[in-house]
Write a protein that binds this ligand. Structure first.
Ligand SMILES: C[S@@+](CC[C@H](N)C(=O)[O-])C[C@H]1O[C@@H](n2cnc3c(N)ncnc32)[C@H](O)[C@@H]1O
Length: 263
């Protein structure tokens, strides 16, 4: 607990990012990984495989970008750093411990960015019912002539999470407006992936599964706000929160899709 508190204070971020809870979220994901590593292993392995299948499609091997790669349990960092001249891990938060772990890869760089381009604007209007919610128009690296490969890694379904809970706490915007905002974040990210130069891979959870002690799925919740990916890929389950991680009676798993060639 003390270690997490120290890491919280050592992790750089803006006021908006802290207010929306991104820093404890990232530190919490790593703590959960430490508790559930054996359950996550299959998912992490399948994710790494899809990233490498996607990377093999790159025409050149100059720059590879991992979106959502601040923590990199699911990123084959050593292989990518050998394949490409430069690897860039993009995330809204790069925790102190994660930075420390990549220090031994000289061609692995970190870029702190909000991939949705909405978080700072959202923070300004979240408490103002007279102000509309921002529209996401991601632009990061769209004009980068050296970008040969991008993977969006277990990020898509996360894009609305922190903004949505922050907006709900502020109570200034209607549930319908919040839902429309979240759905647009998803749509904008998928359009953005289609417009990026180079090869593109997408790995994302698409559904939350609530499973009882007999292994029966008792509830499925769509995580993509009714967006259908409509592309081919493999599917597997991420055993994210086995009993008793968040509930003594139910496991909470995720159905994941891995698409090595999004475009
Ligand atoms: C579920 S984690 C991905 C799994 C993680 N790579 C691992 O190894 O466990 C989602 C990541 O997306 C990042 N993220 C969420 N919203 C973001 C945004 N708007 N822009 C950039 N990164 C974002 C989070 O900070 C987090 O690192």
């Amino acid at each position: 607990m003390l270690a997490q508190l120290v890491e919280y204070w050592l992790t750089p971020s803006t006021k908006a990012i802290r207010a929306m809870g991104y820093v404890p979220e990232v530190i919490g994901i790593r703590a959960r990984y430490a508790r559930c590593a054996a359950y996550w292993e299959e998912h992490l392995k399948r994710t790494r495989e899809v990233i490498l299948q996607g990377a093999a499609r790159a025409q050149k091997r100059r720059k590879a970008v991992i979106l959502g790669g601040g923590l990199f349990h699911d990123v084959p960092i050593s292989e990518l750093s050998q394949m490409f001249e430069k690897v860039v891990l993009v995330d809204i938060v790069h925790s102190f411990v994660s930075r420390w772990k990549t220090r031994r890869y000289p061609n692995v760089h970190r870029l702190t960015a909000d991939i949705t381009n909405t978080v700072e604007a959202l923070y300004r209007v979240a408490h103002r019912e007279d102000q509309p919610l921002p529209i996401s128009e991601p632009t990061l690296l769209l004009d980068d002539p050296e970008l040969d490969f991008t993977a969006s890694v277990n990020l898509l379904s996360q894009l609305p999470c922190m903004p949505e809970s922050y907006l709900k706490k502020q109570r200034a915007h209607s549930p319908e407006a919040i839902r429309a905002f979240s759905a647009q974040l998803i749509e904008a990210h998928l359009n953005y992936l289609s417009r990026l130069p180079g090869a593109v891979a997408l790995i994302t959870d698409i559904m939350r599964l609530k499973i009882d002690t007999l292994g029966r799925v008792v509830e499925r919740r769509d995580l993509l706000y009714s967006h259908v990916l409509g592309k081919f890929g493999s599917e597997w389950d991420w055993r994210l929160a086995p009993i008793p991680e968040v509930d003594r009676n139910y496991h909470y798993f995720r159905r994941v899709v891995g698409i090595p060639d999004w475009k």
